[in-house]
Design a protein around this ligand. Structure first.
Ligand code: ZN
Length: 254
């Protein structure tokens, strides 16, 4: 029996002496390795987490590009006033972009406002807006206006305030146009339409810093009998112009 025990021991001992310690070392090394790897991973995660805002900020044009653009933009265009936000009392119902009524040409500067009458008695603002929009299909003529005012005082924005509308010939390129609906051939506006027109024109005067001479009839620009009532009743046109508070004259300030 002892011989068998010895032989068993002699068989078992060598692996027990070298084996467990070697395995322990390997396990220990593996543990250290895993610990080091986890530490490296955690530190990389932590670093990337803290570095992220800075990294995106480097690519964010809003934080880094302004300094060059801010110094560059004011010089070439010092006097241009961009379009205002559409007020809540104006319905924005833009025409589709098309060459007949909304060419999509940028209106770079607004130097005035031109008042028109639709010349289409009894029609609504929406009908006139649809007429302009349908020109894309009918190709009947080139016509539109930035705004249409209905007999009930509805104001529709058809062409954005920074785009050209086809209403006032060459002044299409530096004015905003307003078409006003009217009940009959005299071209006289309803009280609702008149009040809405006054509200809108005052809003545009305030935003674009306009003067009395910047508020025009189509007639003043092209000699056309438009808006008819204000052409045939020039005293009423002057009374209309008296409704407004104008921007301070830049020459007085200088
Ligand atoms: Zn006109």
């Amino acid at each position: 029996m002892p011989s068998t025990l010895r032989s068993r021991r002699s068989l078992r001992r060598p692996p027990r002496r070298g084996g467990p310690s070697a395995i322990h070392i390997i396990i220990l090394l593996l543990k250290i390795n895993i610990a080091v790897l986890t530490l490296v991973l955690i530190s990389q995660l932590v670093l990337s987490f803290f570095a992220e805002p800075e990294a995106t900020a480097d690519h964010d044009p809003s934080t880094h590009t302004p300094s060059p653009t801010v110094t560059a933009t004011p010089a070439p265009t010092p006097d241009v006033i961009g379009p205002p936000a559409t007020p809540e009392w104006v319905q924005e119902n833009l025409l589709d972009i098309n060459e007949y009524s909304r060419p999509g040409i940028a209106l770079e500067q607004v130097n005035g406002v031109v008042v028109h009458y639709t010349g289409n008695p009894g029609t609504t603002a929406e009908q006139n807006r649809s007429y302009f929009n349908n020109l894309a299909q009918t190709h009947e003529t080139y016509a539109s206006s930035n705004f249409v005012i209905g007999m009930d005082g509805t104001i529709i924005l058809c062409v954005p305030m920074d785009e050209v509308a086809y209403c006032t010939g060459e002044r299409n390129y530096d004015t905003l146009s307003i078409e006003v609906c009217h009940p009959d051939d005299t071209g006289e506006f309803t009280q609702e339409a008149y009040d809405a027109l006054v509200r809108l024109v005052q809003f545009l005067i305030d935003h674009y810093q306009l003067q009395r001479e910047d508020i025009l009839r189509h007639y003043d620009v092209m000699g056309k009998e438009c808006p008819r009532w204000f052409v045939e009743h020039p005293e009423d046109w002057q009374a209309f112009l008296d409704e407004f508070t104008y921007a301070p004259d830049p020459e007085d300030a200088a």
